[in-house]
Design a protein around this ligand. Structure first.
Ligand SMILES: Nc1ncnc2c1ncn2[C@@H]1O[C@H](COP(=O)(O)OP(=O)(O)OP(=O)(O)O)[C@@H](O)[C@H]1O
Ligand SMILES: [Mg+2]
Length: 349
């Protein structure tokens, strides 16, 4: 079952949001609605389906509705219309008490500005969600301590947030969100306030944790590199509308419109595309060739940047193997070059 399903989700900000729904249905645009009615369209008719265990990135320019979308998921913002389910439960029908329980136990949130309690220790900050749940002090300190260790902050349990660097504070933010063991992590520009090296380090940390935890992560960013590195799929928002949802490779190689194209124009494709995206079928005489041709094998899951040297150095096609070592295709230098090219001669994928 899909984990989070939003259908026709819209959010209008202003004194009488529902009054502008008929205008939206007639296709009147965001700018015009603001001009005519003073209402701001935050989201418009958003359909997304997020699978369990997937890292789903939401990308878009400032004001495109990213925060609005993720805040609709836990109803920090009430959608104006549409439906929203979490594992089949109608989230919009939850009463206040049920909603609080859902936020406490099923959804963790990590904010851009960390939002830690300044006068509480790291240990208290991380264990805060458990405290709200009424977990005993000893038990929450045990669990919080384990998460602090897991995000690499052991030894800092008694420190105050201001005694930590930005990167360390965000590790606390991450541990706090994970401490209640939620199914869903909502991360709104969680790494955007960090400087580039620390930011990359935190991305690596999240990928590492995610391999063990397999949470459902909704990760908001306006940074394409971050989106490509973290996302299993990426949704691109423009003026509250989802203009494309796809894998990183789909977004880069088949942008749906000029807005998405502008985002991905300068991206280094070799860092996004994998061998399996460009490989040719195994040749008919593979058995014979297998005996004689060069011994180089590349993995179907390898990024092009990691195989370009081997493929360029090989005399002819190089065989591609899957995770089990089975022969699944072949690549040669010209197919790699074509995939990396932009413009009219670029290879379709
Ligand atoms: N509380 C609010 N009242 C009125 N308008 C709002 C409110 N919150 C958001 N908006 C408007 O909704 C639109 C989407 O805003 P949102 O904060 O979701 O964008 P964003 O993509 O998260 O931008 P950023 O990258 O700057 O964080 C914007 O036009 C914004 O001005
Ligand atoms: Mg935002």
């Amino acid at each position: 079952m899909a984990h989070i399903v939003a259908e026709g989700l819209s959010k209008v900000f202003g004194p009488n949001p529902r009054s502008v729904l008929p205008l939206l249905e007639r296709g009147v645009g965001k700018d015009e609605i603001l001009e005519q009615t003073g209402h701001t369209v935050g989201l418009l008719d958003v359909d997304v389906t997020i699978e369990p265990g997937e890292t789903f990135v939401v990308m878009g320019l400032s004001g495109s509705g990213k925060s609005t979308l993720v805040r609709c998921f836990n109803r920090l913002i009430e959608p104006t219309s549409g439906t929203l389910t979490l594992d089949g439960t109608d989230v919009l029908a939850l009463r206040p008490r049920e909603l609080r329980a859902m936020r406490r136990s099923r959804m963790g949130m990590v904010f851009q500005r960390f939002a830690l309690l300044p006068h509480r220790s790291v240990l208290d900050n991380v264990g805060f969600g458990l405290r709200v749940q009424g977990v005993s002090r000893a038990e929450r300190e045990r669990q919080a301590g384990a998460w602090i260790e897991r995000v690499g902050l052991q030894g800092y349990e008694r420190s105050l947030p201001r005694e930590l660097s930005g990167g360390m504070q965000q590790r606390v933010g991450l541990a706090r969100a994970l401490c209640t063991d939620p199914d869903v992590l909502l991360m709104d520009e969680a790494f955007s306030a960090l400087d580039p090296l620390i930011r990359r380090e935190m991305q690596g940390e999240l990928l590492r944790l995610q391999r063990e935890l397999a949470k459902t992560i909704v990760f908001i960013t306006h940074d394409l590199d971050e989106a490509l590195r973290l996302g299993d799929r990426i949704a691109v928002l423009k003026d509250g509308v989802v203009v494309q949802v796809g894998t990183p490779t789909e977004i880069v190689t088949r942008p749906a419109d000029d807005y998405v194209k502008a985002f991905v124009e300068d991206v280094d494709r070799s860092r996004v595309m994998k061998v399996r995206h460009i490989m040719a079928p195994v040749p008919d005489d593979a058995d014979a060739a297998d005996q004689t041709v060069n011994a180089v094998r590349v993995s179907s899951e390898a990024l092009l940047q990691d195989v370009v040297a081997d493929v360029a150095a090989a005399d002819g096609p190089v065989f591609v193997v899957d995770r089990e070592g089975r022969l699944v295709g072949s690549v040669e230098a010209r197919s790699v070059l074509a995939a990396l090219a932009r413009g009219p001669h670029a290879a379709p994928s």
